[in-house]
Design a protein around this ligand. Structure first.
Ligand code: SF4
Length: 367
């Protein structure tokens, strides 16, 4: 177990509220219609649980829509982390879907607490048809208005974009849009079946390959936007053979719900129930120290199954040295168990980029 899972997280995901005013058709959050908010007492317990020996951690405020908790409560939730932030042991990030306006007052908070900002937008207007409010109205203009505020205030932002079937043929248009938007970093999530999005349409690996081929080509001609998946793969190829062959440890990514419940490995497991794995909750920070909850993770069936499956991945998959086993949650959402290896997610987001780059290099070599 110790071989596969890091004892100290590098990332903690914190859910200030379950509520999201949006109703994106591919959203995985089951409780997004409920207004359940984290109290400062829970935030204090999270901060107190960050072990003194831990390396600096990124605290990602994710939701629901994190801004939906309101500015006053959000600032209250930040206070317990202040001594850690000032000692550079914690840095904050907020990932907003644009479901609440990004105002100057929010920008003041981002600046004061040195909060990294991530925005979710899927590309040009026509590719954002999944991103709607509760009345089914498009969110695009409201998200763009928030981004304009960030730009006016010179606050840098990253972008997470979901790539659905209809976006797989439009990589260049999406990346042109991202560059013109003013971001320098984009992470692409190929649509997958997760949580409440159990009916999601997952693109085929051939469509994903086309998307990644076009993405590599775009990145070859443009260097103003870093694409997470391209950067990860090129970074891996730049390693020595010895480091490429070494196993890396998975971040347990403790995700703390509004009420202090902690799930491990995958934020998407929050609020999910299963006959086999119950509620995935590893403990509650109001009752137990976060470090202790992480340390006894190997008692959980889903963690045991995932780490055993990593061993199988290592024995059987030719992509393992780059992949290191991909995401845990996708195994469960696609197959109902963690005791499997291949998923649509790993085919489309790990195997497809590798195959796409190999095809491009092969084509270049044969010219
Ligand atoms: S690509 Fe899939 S099957 Fe291969 S190592 Fe990664 S998760 Fe396992």
């Amino acid at each position: 177990m110790a071989q596969w899972l890091a004892a100290q997280p590098k990332t903690i995901v914190v859910q200030p509220t379950t509520l999201c005013p949006m109703d994106c058709t591919y959203c995985y959050l089951l409780e997004r219609h409920l207004k359940q908010e984290m109290t400062p007492q829970v935030a204090s317990a999270v901060a107190d649980g960050i072990g003194p020996s831990w390396e600096p951690v990124e605290v990602v405020w994710h939701g629901g829509e994190p801004l939906a908790v309101g500015l006053t409560r959000f600032v209250e939730l930040l206070q317990p982390f202040e001594s850690l932030r000032q000692a550079r042991r914690v840095r904050h990030k907020v990932q907003t879907g644009g479901g609440r306006p990004i105002t100057d007052a929010w920008c003041d908070v981002f600046e004061q607490y040195e909060i990294g900002v991530g925005v979710s937008i899927d590309g040009p207007r026509e590719l954002n048809h999944h991103r709607v409010d509760r009345g089914g109205r498009p969110m695009f203009d409201r998200t763009i208005a928030g981004i304009e505020t960030l730009k006016r205030r010179c606050i840098p932002f990253t972008v997470l974009a979901v790539v659905s079937q209809d976006g797989t043929g439009q990589a260049a248009q999406v990346l042109d849009f991202m560059r013109d938007l003013g971001t320098s970093w984009v992470g692409f999530n190929i649509e997958a079946k997760e949580g409440a999005n159990s009916d999601g349409q997952t693109p085929s690996i051939d469509h994903a390959r086309q998307f990644w081929r076009d993405t590599f080509e775009w990145c070859r001609r443009n260097n103003d936007v870093t694409v997470r998946e391209v950067s990860n793969l090129l970074g891996f190829l730049g390693l020595t053979q010895e480091r490429r062959d070494a196993d890396s440890q998975h971040d347990p990514i403790p995700t703390i719900a509004w009420n202090g419940d902690v799930v491990l490995l995958s934020p998407e497991l929050l609020g999910v129930r299963s006959v086999t794995y119950d509620d995935f909750v590893a403990g509650n920070v109001l009752e137990d120290d976060l470090s202790a909850i992480v340390q006894r993770s190997d008692e959980l069936l889903y963690v045991q199954e995932f780490t055993n499956a990593l061993e199988t991945c290592k024995q059987t998959c030719e992509f393992f040295s780059f992949c290191q086993g991909a995401h845990a949650g996708d195994r469960f959402f696609e197959h109902g168990t963690f005791a499997v290896t291949e998923t649509d997610h790993c085919r489309n987001s790990v195997q497809a980029p590798v195959l796409a780059l190999a095809e491009l290099l092969q084509a270049k070599g044969s010219r």
